[in-house]
Ligand binder design. Structure first.
Ligand code: CU
Length: 222
């Protein structure tokens, strides 16, 4: 559909499907409610000589308008539980092909990559400001943190959005890219006067290009 950005992550399609199902259900209900409102406003408009009547509830109608939304909400919950568990539950994360750290601050993203030893949190780690480089077709695990206020790590093309809250350790998010290219990294939490400038670039490389970039980066870092 044209109004969402093209999606390039392994789980983006599932999220879009859920989004459209909810949009259709809420859209139909919205139209029905507005049509009923207009019809009632017309049907029961003021007329000379007609007196208003009091009604004291209608058991049957109340049961119907409680049961139908209940069933819809339970069905939506059941439908989205599988994708939710796979995308958000720590124990279900896939083994990462690359782990990076992202520190959000007013107003930039500091990205930390593991150095030649392949491990984060060691001396040979290196950093890039507002630049995330990843290989295509590999699960990427991001360790998110915030230095000052709440920010939100938003990759619109990947259907990824996760708050970065200061003082909270081990906020993690994962995703896997399906297409090489350059994509936007935005902050989705109003975090101060420079919020709109808080943009980074996510570069998805082919496997070979990523090797080249990574080798170059580790050499200049040391
Ligand atoms: Cu921010």
């Amino acid at each position: 559909m044209p109004w969402l950005p093209a999606q390039v992550s392994t789980f983006g399609g599932e999220i879009d499907s859920i989004f459209y199902i909810i949009l259709v259900i809420t859209g139909i209900i919205f139209l029905l409610v507005e049509a009923t409102l207009l019809w009632f406003a017309f049907r029961y408009r003021h007329r000379e000589g007609r007196k208003a009547e009091h009604i004291h509830g209608n058991w049957k109608v109340e049961v119907i308008w409680t049961t139908i939304p209940f069933i819809i909400v339970i069905a939506l919950g059941a439908m989205s539980f599988g994708p939710w568990a796979r995308i958000k539950m720590l124990g279900r994360f896939p083994a990462p092909g690359l782990e990076i750290g992202v520190m959000a601050s007013q107003f930039e993203w500091m990205v930390t990559y593991p150095g030649a030893d392949g491990r984060l949190g060691t001396d040979d780690d290196f950093q890039r400001r507002n630049q995330v480089h990843i290989p295509v077709a590999q699960p990427i695990l991001v360790h998110l943190s915030a230095e000052d206020v709440i920010h939100s790590f938003f990759l619109p093309h990947f259907r990824v959005k996760q708050d970065a809250v200061p003082g909270m350790d081990n906020q993690v998010v994962w995703f896997e890219a399906t297409e090489p290219g350059e994509y936007e990294l935005a902050c989705a939490e109003l975090c101060g006067t420079g919020h709109t400038r808080m943009r980074g670039t996510l570069v998805v490389h082919s496997a070979a290009d990523f090797e080249t970039w990574y080798e170059g980066a580790t050499q200049t870092a040391n």
